[in-house]
Write a protein that binds this ligand. Structure first.
Ligand SMILES: Cc1cc2nc3c(=O)[nH]c(=O)nc-3n(C[C@H](O)[C@H](O)[C@H](O)COP(=O)(O)OP(=O)(O)OC[C@H]3O[C@@H](n4cnc5c(N)ncnc54)[C@H](O)[C@@H]3O)c2cc1C
Length: 455
């Protein structure tokens, strides 16, 4: 297997785990990372505390590589920040283990195809190696590989402000007052946000975390005002499952947020689908409605935390099979479709669900979830364990499920926990039925009932 090269795109936690599994299986990984160091995306949100404790953040094959280096594994029950995840796990993994020999940093992949085969050509395609083009500042580089695992994440392609998925009209022109994702409003971005009226658009964990930080900044710097722009009608949906969330830190975050909203420290604008951004003297007018000014707020800054989408631009010569809505591999999409899954639980999956019409090519990690927001690192670790086994020809290990997910899902109906949910109705992710939202739902359906009643 040693002569079998597996190209891995991106040195995030899942890319590095993929490299560890590929190495363990006797194949040769080459990791191409666009940033100057491993964990480049996480470095952009290093102030954020993770909602999963260490026990769920360390890949097993990676830990086996780290063991001989004298690495002290962190307390499994404690919660790292993004920065601690880098310092105590990813950086040692990338610099002190055999992986350091296979990671090429400042190497941005720009295109992938198969040697001698454009997308339309079929006969003999499976035998042709992949040709991966990348840029590293020294001129165009080419890598040939027998397989490719794309773990390049989605952090650098955030969704725009427009509620229709397009940039709001005027968004590009007002770029100086708009930030995306989770800027460090109390740290590196403090001077930009302190004493200002700041609108945050979104309802996921990034939006919630940023709004909590802005409320804390308001305690420190008078005049700071946080405005929450919510596309939906019900703020309670963002409050999470509280005590019922098995990832306790995530539950606590929701509870803290609910208290800040209820107390009025965070102003809320519901059903606010942003359509236009325009200038108002030195400020920014954020408008919602079919015509400019139908309904608007005037702020100093806008932070768009509406999630991320995958960048497929360098994969256009490959035969991908993607769900048209979720932009995830077709077999995975129904498991993670946020329109269907109220519980947020996804059964573990691997090479089989992640396959495309391009043998040897896989999307894994955050990118494999397309536009679905529920990805967990440990799910990615299970994906790449299975993919490495498949590439090594160990079909039995590839098909085996080795991950037991915590019961993170609590069923909600309109943001309100149901009685069944409070007593743990979900029972963890569904094991076989893609359309079942949780294990209890699956059991109920098999018994001929309509479902568990949580969604
Ligand atoms: C704020 C935040 C908090 C989160 N908290 C948690 C949590 O508590 N628990 C949890 O399980 N998950 C959490 N997640 C979700 C997810 O686990 C993380 O985003 C995780 O970093 C995903 O790992 P990844 O390896 O798939 O991608 P990333 O960490 O995004 O890594 C992708 C890498 O690919 C590189 N890259 C991108 N494009 C290219 C290219 N063209 N060529 C070469 N390299 C490229 C990037 O520079 C980056 O280093 C969180 C996500 C965010 C955004």
């Amino acid at each position: 297997m040693g002569d079998r090269t597996v190209a891995i795109i991106g040195a995030g936690p899942v890319g590095l785990a993929a490299a560890a599994h590929v190495l363990e299986r006797g194949m040769s990984p080459v990791v191409l990372e666009a940033g100057p160091e491993a964990g480049h995306a996480i470095r952009q949100w290093q102030q954020v505390q993770l909602f999963s404790p260490w026990e769920y953040n360390v890949d097993k094959a990676a830990a086996r590589l780290l063991g001989p280096t004298g690495w002290n594994s962190p307390d499994p029950q404690s919660y790292p920040t993004g920065g601690e995840l880098l310092d105590r796990y990813l950086t040692p993994l990338a610099t002190r283990t055999p992986l350091r020999e296979v990671i090429r940093t400042s190497s941005r992949v720009s295109a992938i195809s198969r040697v001698g085969f454009d997308k339309a050509k079929t006969r003999g395609r499976e035998q042709a190696p992949f040709e991966i083009r990348y840029r590293n500042g020294k001129g165009p580089e080419v890598l040939r590989a027998d397989a490719v695992i794309d773990t390049s994440g989605t952090w650098f392609s955030p969704n725009p402000a427009g509620s229709n998925g397009l940039p709001a009209i005027g968004e590009a022109e007002r770029a100086g007052r708009v930030a995306y994702g989770m800027p460090d409003v109390r740290g590196a971005g403090r001077s930009r946000y302190a004493g200002k009226t700041v609108a945050v658009l979104g309802a996921g964990h990034s939006a919630v975390g940023t709004l909590i930080d802005l409320a804390r900044l308001a305690d420190e710097v008078p005049g700071t005002q946080a405005v929450w722009l919510l596309r939906g009608a019900d703020p309670a949906k963002a409050f999470g499952s509280g005590r019922n969330d098995k990832l306790a830190a995530r539950g606590e975050l929701g509870a803290v947020f609910a208290a800040l909203v209820t107390s009025g420290k965070i102003t809320v604008e519901t059903e606010f689908g942003v359509t236009h951004l325009s200038g108002s003297e030195d400020r920014l007018e954020v408008a919602a409605g079919s015509c400019c000014g139908a309904r608007s707020v005037i702020v100093d800054e806008l932070i768009v935390s509406t999630g991320f989408r995958p960048d497929f631009s360098f994969l256009s010569e490959l035969r991908l099979r993607l769900d048209p809505a979720i932009e995830a591999p077709v077999a995975l999409a129904p498991l993670i479709d946020p329109n269907e899954h109220s519980c947020g639980t996804v059964r573990p999956h691997g090479a089989h669900e992640l396959a495309h019409d391009e043998p040897g090519f896989y999307l894994a990690g955050m990118k494999s979830y397309g536009r679905a927001p529920t990805f967990l690192m440990m799910t990615g670790y299970e994906q790449v364990r299975s993919i490495a086994a498949e590439l090594a020809g160990d079909k039995e290990a590839a098909a085996r499920v080795e991950l037991v997910l915590p019961e993170t899902g609590v069923c909600t109906r309109g943001g309100v926990e149901s009685a069944e949910a409070a007593s743990g109705c979900c029972g963890g992710p569904a094991k076989e039925e893609a359309s079942a939202c949780c294990a209890a739902d699956e059991t109920a359906r098999k018994a001929g009932a309509a479902g568990c009643g949580c969604s």
